[in-house]
Design a protein around this ligand. Structure first.
Ligand code: LLP
Length: 407
């Protein structure tokens, strides 16, 4: 299979030369295409795309996503502030925190974002503090087990997220007692969900609950649409998903008596495939059993393989022809740090550039300074030009907040 050597006509090799490695590269056109595919698939309903900022929150990417017509889902004040800086008005930001203190909720209310309430105690505090003056959304836990692995399954009974669907009577009691104004209901069951059926199942729970809330403006189906991580892997069929979910939604709206908005919160779907992570082979070594390639990066830059056993397709950018061999690609972090196990790559030699695919989502945003390593630079390709959107960190960045006391 021919792997990409260029993005929008720009050679990845040139980018590595110009900006150094390791390097995150994002294809802006791909991000826009993904947004457009959702807009098309859901064109039968009033759709709002609330991009899950946590997937990739670099300012220029947020700016591009907004330009393409999406709004934001944020999970921290930091993400809200990044969204505002990127030009997204507070009124278009959904705030879905998990178990934060009330001071953070108050700050978010001050800013003017929609609060997605994920516990009964928070609902009560909101009722006591704001009464009917604040429009909110309620996050329901639908008790659906879905998602690529247990760590990213968040809508099941044992998950910390949302208010259990079995606690609807308590929700209604609080809403009534404090005259809380409920504008939306939300479910998000997990990440890497292939099957449209799961979204319908979540939808049915929303539809049933919604009949008890007469003043709704929207129903939020969350995110989690699956992208393909390898050539054999498959992605959610967005056209089919849009069709079945929109049809069910319109039938519900007729029953409800009013047209509501349908919200979705894709993260991976918008940015995963747009991202390429370029690393350099620093050592090629053979053990009695394995052929290792060590690279100038590791779990500090891309933690998904070690954290979720995630598969990222990888190829040798510097040698795309001829013989292949099985390599285990490892990072430089001083603990087990495997980026890819026993993959067939065209023969690798020291200095070759390797590319990890699907690196746009939860790559840079989950990076760290572990082992006192510096975070990489980020480049966005937009309209055929390479734009540096984040500088590579320098040693001084590690010292930034440290205070070295005299002892
Ligand atoms: N909405 C809510 C409330 C969420 O918690 C998430 C993701 C999303 C939307 C977006 O999900 P997506 O479309 O990206 O699957 N770090 C993990 C994924 C964690 C997802 C957390 N919540 C990974 O790298 O696989």
């Amino acid at each position: 299979m021919q792997q990409p050597s260029h993005i929008q006509g720009i050679a990845l090799e040139t980018l590595a030369k110009d900006f150094g490695t390791p390097l995150y590269v994002y294809d802006g056109e791909k991000i826009v295409q993904q947004i457009q595919s959702l807009q098309t698939a859901f064109s039968a309903v009033p759709l709002r795309i609330k991009y899950a900022t946590k997937a990739l929150s670099s300012l220029s990417v947020l700016r591009l996503i907004r330009k393409a017509g999406a709004e934001l889902d944020a999970v921290s004040i930091g993400e809200i502030k990044l969204g505002l800086l990127a030009g997204c008005p507070a009124s278009e930001i959904m705030y879905t925190p998990s178990g934060v203190g009330f001071d953070e909720i108050q700050e978010a209310v001050q800013i003017g974002v929609m609060i997605n309430v994920d516990s009964l105690p928070l609902l009560e505090m909101i009722g006591q503090t704001y009464g009917s003056s604040l429009k909110i959304c309620i996050r329901l836990n639908p008790h659906i087990l879905a998602g690529g692995n247990l760590k990213i399954s968040v809508g099941h009974k044992e998950s910390k997220f949302g208010i259990s669907i079995e606690q609807l009577p308590e929700i209604l009691e609080l809403v009534q007692r404090y005259q809380i104004s409920v504008a939306g209901l939300h479910v998000h069951t997990g990440s890497d969900i292939y099957d449209a059926e799961v979204f319908l199942k979540g939808g049915n729970i929303l539809f049933e609950a919604a009949m008890l809330f007469p003043d709704l403006r929207f129903l939020d189906f969350g995110g989690g649409f699956k992208v393909a991580y390898s050539p054999e892997d498959s992605a959610t069929d967005i056209t089919q998903l849009g069709k079945v979910v929109s049809t069910a939604f319109q039938t519900f709206c007729e029953k409800y008596g009013r047209q509501l908005e349908l919200w979705i919160e894709p993260g991976k779907y918008l940015v995963s495939e747009a991202g390429y992570f370029i690393v350099k082979a620093t050592v090629v070594k053979e053990s009695p059993t394995l052929h290792f390639v060590g690279v100038d990066s590791g779990l500090n830059h891309l933690i998904r393989p070690m954290m979720y056993d995630a598969y990222h397709d990888i190829y040798n950018l510097s040698n795309q022809e001829g013989a292949t061999a099985s390599y285990t690609v490892v990072g430089y972090i001083c603990e087990t740090d495997t980026l890819a196990s026993q993959r067939q790559l065209h023969v690798v030699k020291e200095g070759d550039l390797l590319v990890l695919k699907n690196a746009g989502a939860y790559g840079f945003t989950m990076s760290s300074n572990y082992n006192a390593r510096l975070r990489p630079a980020e480049v966005l390709i937009w309209e055929g030009k390479a734009h540096l959107i984040r500088k590579r960190e320098q040693f001084e960045d590690l010292l930034h907040n440290q205070i070295s006391i005299d002892l």
